[in-house]
Design a protein. Structure first.
Ligand SMILES: Nc1nc2c(ncn2[C@@H]2O[C@H](COP(=O)(O)OP(=O)(O)O[C@H]3O[C@H](CO)[C@@H](O)[C@H](O)[C@@H]3O)[C@@H](O)[C@H]2O)c(=O)[nH]1
Ligand SMILES: [Mg+2]
Length: 191
């Protein structure tokens, strides 16, 4: 680890989150000095929470437009995902989980449970995801949800039965990695 030497660091863009271009050296597994180049996009770490109503056998998912997917083959640009958001400065992942669930869905949750920490695209993006499941009551009272208007969020709530989620998984129709991981985790460990 300690023999990694950054030879050059160039900032390619710094509009929202920095995109940098590195030239670095490190000793490889065969003891040889290697020089490499790597573009790195510094997106903040994030939290994802799969909301489960085990009494009524339902998940609460969200649907929203995702430009990068539209630019890469997703015809409508819409993606069905578990509730997720970026960690604000000074926030713990648990605090982000409660805030994002409230902003995006408006439902109270309980028993927030850690599932895993994952790098989502290790070759080029710094982002580290904190994955959780939590329980909600689909028949309970809830706030508005829908995301923050001032951030341009436009979020539709999608309630999906366990059966439909299983079928959609089997057909390979979910397209968001963290959502697939959490649904599979739930079916493997709780059903
Ligand atoms: N201006 C600007 N706004 C951005 C940019 N990138 C994101 N935003 C905005 O910043 C807000 C972030 O909303 P969050 O709910 O905190 O995050 P998220 O977009 O849901 O992110 C989660 O899901 C993504 C898609 O799967 C993940 O990529 C991400 O890691 C995270 O898990 C959204 O309004 C989004 O449009 C950008 O480059 N420029
Ligand atoms: Mg979000």
């Amino acid at each position: 680890m300690s023999d990694i030497k950054i030879i050059k660091e160039e900032t390619l863009s710094d509009k929202k989150y920095p995109l940098k271009f590195y030239t670095f050296q490190r000793t490889g597994s065969k003891g040889k000095l290697l020089e490499k180049k790597n573009e790195v996009y510094f997106r903040p770490d994030a939290v994802t929470v799969l909301l489960v109503d085990s009494v009524n056998s339902k998940f609460l998912l969200i649907k929203q437009f995702r430009l990068p997917t539209f630019l890469n083959g997703n015809e409508t640009g819409y993606l069905v995902e578990a509730c997720a958001g970026l960690i604000d400065e000074g926030e713990s992942p648990e605090e982000t989980a409660y805030r994002e669930v409230d902003e995006e869905t408006g439902y109270p949750i309980h028993d927030l449970t850690k599932v895993a920490n994952v790098y989502t695209s290790a070759g080029g993006i710094t982002e580290f995801q904190h994955l959780y499941i939590a329980w909600y009551n689909s028949r309970g009272r809830h706030g508005e949800g829908g995301g923050l208007e001032e951030e341009g969020e436009d979020i539709e709530l999608v309630e999906m039965s366990f059966d439909e989620a299983r079928r959609t998984l089997k057909k390979g129709e979910f397209m968001d990695a963290k959502t697939i991981l959490l649904l599979q985790h739930y079916f493997l460990n709780y059903e």
